[in-house]
Design a protein around this ligand. Structure first.
Ligand SMILES: [Cu+2]
Length: 221
């Protein structure tokens, strides 16, 4: 199973090629209008539309052929059945997280925003420990502002994220396929006092996989 880092690497190549193909169209046009012979070269409309049509076809095809590779698509499509399945144990597979701003005016930390993890679910190292391949749901409640909730690798690259809006259900189902230790960080700007406090280093640990996430081993590479 491909992860977001793999998808990004592949799409970088695919879209670089595609962008050059689109640029060639602009080049072609520029050559036409700046024809040194003074007479603009007229491209036959048929040729032009076939070329543009081809670019559109390839562009759409990239989406169709790659969407199965996107790691969250399958989970998103199946999640209503996964959650309803009796094998889905909410007490073990669901994490209730709160994002909240400090409203105590007398506190020196007034205005500070942070994530509050479910204390009773932390392991001895203070991490949320997730079993490889098990579906988990991060249910994040905001009591005030709009936040983001993202999981990040040790190298800073993102695994997944969602927006966290006050007054609505914000939950993200995920399945990990590699061992690793991940940070939680807000992915939305929620004010000057949000930034550095909206990060929990090494908040999530995934165990039990055959493969390690080379980008997210604690103390590794
Ligand atoms: Cu797109």
């Amino acid at each position: 199973m491909e992860d977001s880092a793999g998808v990004l690497a592949l799409l970088k190549i695919v879209y670089t090629i595609y962008v050059f193909a689109v640029l060639s169209l602009i080049y072609w046009f520029a050559k036409g209008v700046s024809n040194p012979k003074g007479k603009p070269r007229i491209v036959k409309p048929g040729t032009f539309y076939i070329y543009v049509g081809l670019l559109i076809f390839v562009g759409v095809s990239i989406h169709i052929f790659t969407f199965n590779k996107i790691p969250w698509v399958e989970t998103d499509f199946k999640r209503h059945t996964i959650e309803k399945d009796p094998s889905f144990d909410k007490s073990k597979q669901m994490y209730n997280i709160i994002a909240r701003q400090n409203k105590d005016r007398n506190s020196p930390n007034h205005g500070e925003q942070k994530f509050i993890l479910p204390k009773d679910r932390l392991n001895a190292d203070g991490m949320l420990e997730i079993e490889c391949g098990k579906y988990v749901v991060f249910d994040v409640v905001s009591e005030d502002l709009t936040y983001g909730f993202g999981l990040f690798r040790q190298d800073g690259s993102m695994v997944t994220q969602m927006q966290v809006n006050p007054g609505s259900r914000n939950d993200l189902m995920w399945q990990f396929h590699k061992n690793g230790v991940y940070h939680i960080r807000s992915t939305e700007y929620s004010g000057a006092k949000g930034g550095r406090h909206m990060t929990i280093k090494n908040a999530v640990v995934v165990k039990g996989c055959d493969v390690d996430d080379s980008r997210s081993m604690l103390g590794g590479n």
